[in-house]
Write a protein that binds this ligand. Structure first.
Ligand SMILES: Nc1ncnc2c1ncn2[C@@H]1O[C@H](COP(=O)(O)OP(=O)(O)O)[C@@H](O)[C@H]1O
Ligand SMILES: [Mg+2]
Length: 282
């Protein structure tokens, strides 16, 4: 659960980005945050990612009070969130497979685990056939799907997407929304910033509207779905053919060292999480 309670944020320059914001998001929800430029949407994301600190108020994410989180815990905390941006932010000199695998390498996953998880994730986002391509060889919609696969590969509890369809045409935007909905149905909490009324109306999800730093409305089924969503989806019919994976062209074998099995590493991580969590909870 995410609880933002009485949160205000004033940047150093004196910009009041958020004014007494209260938002509660339950596990497994799909929520849009909507509002004009400058209304404070991205600031909410940055607060959740602990990239900026609230000036006042309290933010609790899955029982962790962000205001009391020790600095050393922040990187581990961020790994529990998947993040997607408007401009994709892919590594230009790496192919699709490597862009997704990279997120696993940095958390020390074993090669065996990566070889299993990356194809699985690429299939989910419909990009199995393009795993060897480089970002510039892909459409915007495809690049965003790579970014989503990368955001999800470490199985975060929450996916945060800041204007994920801002650079896409309608068709690609709808495909991305369908993918985000699928991801949500598999259990991940999904929070999407957008200023597209069309998208919000099509999806018929909870919508939190921001204006000048304030939440001005919070509607459970924000806009009723006014389009026949299934018909739009059927038309899109994202089709992904099965492919056989060649061995990725990397020297990853050499990185899989240390003698520690992935399972024991996992236990250690979880154990630390609990211990650390106890020290600053609430
Ligand atoms: N790093 C910053 N320093 C100073 N002011 C900022 C900073 N980031 C955002 N702001 C200001 O805070 C307000 C909200 O910005 P932001 O959260 O990015 O809004 P949105 O994402 O809704 O466009 C704006 O007035 C913006 O200019
Ligand atoms: Mg923004």
């Amino acid at each position: 659960m995410i609880e933002i309670s009485n949160v205000s944020k004033t940047y150093e320059e004196g910009n009041r980005a958020l004014r007494n914001v209260n938002i509660t998001i339950e596990d497994g929800e799909f929520v849009f945050i909507m509002g004009p430029n400058g209304s404070g949407k991205t600031t909410i994301f940055k607060l959740l990612l602990k990239e900026v600190e609230a000036t006042s108020g309290r933010i609790v994410v899955n029982d962790m009070n962000l205001g009391k989180m020790p600095r050393r815990y922040v990187p581990k905390y961020r790994r529990r969130l998947g993040v997607v941006f408007q401009d994709f932010r892919l590594l230009k000199d790496r192919n699709v497979y490597e862009n997704v695998a990279f997120a696993q390498r940095v958390v020390g996953a074993s090669t065996r685990r990566i070889k299993e998880a990356v194809p699985e994730m690429l299939q989910m986002v419909g990009l199995s056939a393009k795993y060897k391509m480089y970002p510039k060889q892909l459409s915007g919609g495809e690049q965003q799907r790579v970014a989503i696969a990368r955001a999800l590969i470490n199985r975060p509890e929450v996916l945060l997407a800041d204007e994920p369809t801002g650079n896409l045409d309608n068709r690609n935007a709808m495909e991305i929304m369908k993918l985000l909905e699928d991801i949500n149905e598999m259990g991940t909490t999904v929070i999407v910033i957008t200023h597209s009324r069309e998208i919000v109306e099509m999806m018929g999800k909870r919508v939190i509207r921001m204006e000048r730093g304030c939440v001005v409305s919070d509607e459970i089924e924000g806009a009723q779905a006014v389009y026949d969503r299934q018909a739009v989806y059927d038309e899109l019919s994202a089709y992904d053919e099965q492919v056989i994976y060649d061995e990725p062209e990397t020297d990853e074998e050499s990185e899989d060292g240390g003698g520690q099995t992935e399972d024991s590493r996992q236990e250690t991580e979880d154990g630390q999480m609990t211990e650390d969590g106890d020290t600053y909870e609430n």
